[in-house]
Design a protein around this ligand. Structure first.
Ligand SMILES: NC(=O)c1ccc[n+]([C@@H]2O[C@H](COP(=O)([O-])OP(=O)(O)OC[C@H]3O[C@@H](n4cnc5c(N)ncnc54)[C@H](O)[C@@H]3O)[C@@H](O)[C@H]2O)c1
Length: 352
């Protein structure tokens, strides 16, 4: 069978995770690279041995033989790059967040539907082994009815700077960068309920603390103004769903507390903590019981969430498998993110 030809739009940090997945997938030929940064484009093309390079997305997606693209550009350019690729009839895997706002996201979803191609969102946490384990437990009824969850993605000192801290290119701070992951993942595990209202507060008390004598471990490659930061540094939100369940979000770039990433699901029969090794809080024969799930040497999985995400994207294209991270889920999450910023601005609950 002929391999599908894939192009990468935006050859920065996250594209390396996509490439790792594509290079190990026997159904894929990595065919072309595109980036507006000519020097980076040339460097990355040389490293990966890619001959076809483009600085204009429209030129790359005009390649007839190209089947699919990964869109790995700054958030502000997701909409333009995805729309160009969809209009050229290419399947698209777009990094999170799907867009800068729900309106853009809906336009992208509708265009994919019109063209009859796949638009998948890079909700990579859905492809982790812990996600599969959680779904196994949930589908077996181990949690009962889930009525509460906590979506936590806190960094103590972790504003990446660069475009992440520039609201014109990012659309916001930890809400749109980190919160998007844990909001999506908790909602996914809760059975994708419909959001009905959001009440939120955001803060920018600490910003990126450029005066600290330590710096963050990771910053985007290339030119980066570490002192510029006009995005929120902390957000807290209560998201209410149509089935009565609620999710409490906490997400930060800078906060005087422990940096922790965790998803906690609370049901009528059990609670599940996902932060490292999954732990089930339940009852056995009338006793409270804590269960550490043995997850070593899983028979399926173990490749890492990015490789498993790329494998799924390719599987959807090659075998017509139903996508588990479709554009409509990206639209719903963008509605929640829009509502968080709106509620924080007005001080009132936003009804969706
Ligand atoms: N899934 C995850 O965990 C995860 C982690 C990091 C970043 N991301 C997402 O990936 C995307 C990129 O982040 P990054 O860290 O790789 O940033 P980056 O700055 O390292 O790379 C982005 C690249 O896109 C290029 N670019 C920007 N606009 C372009 C355009 N119109 N056409 C072609 N190239 C363009 C830039 O020159 C840059 O090289 C963002 O949407 C971010 O939210 C996801």
């Amino acid at each position: 069978m002929a391999k599908i030809k894939v192009g990468i739009i935006g050859v920065g940090n996250i594209s390396e995770d996509h490439l790792r997945g594509y290079f190990q997938n026997e159904n894929v030929e990595v065919y072309a690279f595109c980036d507006i940064d000519e020097a980076k484009l040339a460097k990355k093309a040389a490293i990966h041995g890619i001959e076809r390079t483009y600085t204009d997305v429209n030129e790359m997606v005009a390649l007839k033989e190209l089947d699919a693209v990964s869109v790995c550009v700054w958030n502000v350019n997701h909409h333009a790059c995805v729309m160009a690729a969809l209009k050229a009839g290419k399947h698209v895997l777009c990094e999170k967040p799907l867009a800068m706002n729900a309106q853009q996201a809906e336009e992208m979803r509708a265009e994919a539907e019109k063209q009859g191609v796949l638009l998948m969102v890079g909700f990579v946490m859905r492809f982790s082994d812990e996600s599969k384990i959680a779904l196994d437990l949930i589908n077996d009824g181990a949690l009962g009815d889930i009525y509460y969850s906590k979506a936590t993605y806190l960094r103590r000192h972790g504003c990446p700077g660069g475009w992440f801290a520039d609201s014109e290119r990012s659309g916001g701070g930890p809400v749109i960068d980190l919160g998007v992951h844990v909001i999506d993942h908790t909602r996914y595990l809760m059975g994708k309920p419909k959001p009905v209202s959001v009440y939120a507060a955001t803060f920018d008390m600490l910003k990126n603390r450029p005066w600290l004598k330590t710096h963050v471990g990771w910053r985007p490659e290339g030119a980066c103004d570490a002192d510029k930061c006009d995005v929120e540094d902390l957000a807290v939100a209560l998201i209410r769903y149509d089935n009565g369940a609620v999710t409490l979000l906490e997400t930060s770039y800078s906060l005087n507390g422990n940096g922790v990433t965790a998803k906690d699901l609370y049901g009528t029969k059990g609670g599940l903590a996902l932060a490292g090794q999954p732990k089930l809080y339940t009852t056995v024969s009338g006793y409270l019981a804590d269960v550490d799930l043995a997850t070593k040497n899983l028979k399926a999985g173990g490749k890492g969430m990015f490789v498993q995400e790329i494998d799924h994207f390719v599987d959807c294209i090659v075998n017509g498998t139903e996508c588990i991270a479709p554009a409509e889920d990206g639209v719903v999450v963008m509605k929640i993110l829009d509502a968080i910023y709106e509620s924080a601005k007005t001080g009132h609950e936003v009804i969706l």
